[in-house]
Design a protein around this ligand. Structure first.
Ligand SMILES: NC(=O)c1ccc[n+]([C@@H]2O[C@H](COP(=O)([O-])OP(=O)(O)OC[C@H]3O[C@@H](n4cnc5c(N)ncnc54)[C@H](O)[C@@H]3O)[C@@H](O)[C@H]2O)c1
Length: 320
């Protein structure tokens, strides 16, 4: 019988390390592993850095941080890496064949009552677990980046996921202080990325059509709707303004929104000229004139301030 407090995370990259930090802070013994031993060690180190960031940000006490860091273990032996875990979270490279092979292997290595989930953001969990015999105990648990700071976790049910398993995952994640949501069908984009992609499609179309600059589009989202979203969801907004007004605004605005099913043409033009984003120095913005590291630091700092506020708010979804 697996212990109820040991979580195994396979894939010790960006997401695996963030999830590991959250799991350890919630009191679990964490086994982190990777096919690359250097990444295993690096992932444990990065998870400890995430814990320290939360201590430094005043969200976790020194003592809690020290206890969490002591619960983080790297394991290079693939069998030992999942031994005794009650839940295995796969956070390896986003490649269907590689993930399918991983789930086949995981099923051989753990008992039938162990929950198996994938952190996939873009693949269908039903496809990933296609060859698993006991698919009822599988699901996607999509932690949002950065996994140690963002509360949202989408629990996506595959075609065979048992509702009881999804509900158990929700209960566990609530105990971790996360804000889990259950997504009942296995569609591209899960739940939150469907909304984000609609925003990105319109944001890029606005720039492409010359309606506003990239700078002003980002300002409009960051300083307007984005700022109120942590306590004011779009459907709470609709109910507040009233459905009648909302329908009349939609009748007026929706016909002029960009509603193509392909990315905005500007994406292809930018890619053709080598402007693929921060790494290339240019995307929608000119990154040679901007400081990306500073932007990341300001994002994390804002997230930690927001988390402090949300933790004080009794009505925050998922608040411990
Ligand atoms: N990066 C994001 O913003 C983000 C957000 C949410 C979800 N995700 C999803 O999380 C998963 C991991 O993404 P990431 O950004 O952490 O990737 P990453 O490249 O940082 O880490 C992936 C790790 O998996 C390891 N790996 C690959 N094949 C393996 C195998 N067979 N066995 C063990 N380890 C293996 C790699 O060595 C690497 O260290 C992906 O499914 C991705 O789509 C990513």
């Amino acid at each position: 019988m697996p212990a109820t407090s040991r979580v195994a995370i396979v894939g010790a990259g960006l997401m695996g390390s963030g999830i590991a930090a959250s799991a350890a802070l919630a009191g679990n013994e964490v086994l982190l592993s990777d096919c690359n031993p250097a990444r295993t060690a690096g992932g444990v180190e990065l998870a400890a850095v995430h814990v320290r960031q939360l201590v430094k940000g005043g969200l976790v006490s020194e003592a809690e941080g020290a206890r969490a860091s002591a619960r983080l273990h790297g394991e290079t032996d693939p069998k030992a890496a999942v031994a005794g875990a009650f839940w295995v979270i796969e956070a390896i490279t986003e490649n269907l064949a590689v993930k399918q092979a991983m789930f086949r292997t995981l099923e051989e290595r753990v008992g039938r009552d162990v929950i198996l989930t994938s952190n996939t953001s873009g693949l269908r969990i039903s496809d990933i677990v296609r060859d698993v015999k006991g698919r009822g105990r599988t699901a996607a648990t999509h932690f949002w980046f950065p996994g140690h700071l963002v509360p949202l976790v989408e629990i996506v049910m595959g075609e065979d996921t048992e509702l009881a398993v999804a509900e158990k995952l929700r209960e566990i994640l609530l105990g971790w202080g996360k804000a889990p949501v259950i997504v009942r069908r296995d569609l591209p984009g899960q739940l939150a990325n469907r909304i984000l992609q609609a925003v990105i499609r319109e944001a890029t179309a606005i720039v492409d059509s010359g309606l506003a600059s990239a700078e002003d589009v980002d300002t409009a989202v960051k300083m307007g709707m984005g700022l109120r979203f942590p306590v004011w969801g779009p459907l709470e907004h609709v109910d507040t303004v009233g459905l009648e007004l909302c329908v009349s605004v939609q009748d007026n605005v929706l016909p002029s929104l960009y509603n193509e099913t392909r990315p905005t043409p500007m994406f292809r033009r930018l890619l053709a000229e080598g402007s693929s984003g921060v790494q290339a120095g240019k995307g929608f913005h000119d990154w040679t004139a901007r400081n990306h590291a500073d932007l990341v630091a300001r994002r994390d700092s804002f997230l930690m301030q927001a988390l402090k506020f949300l933790r004080r708010e009794p009505r925050t979804p998922g608040r411990k």
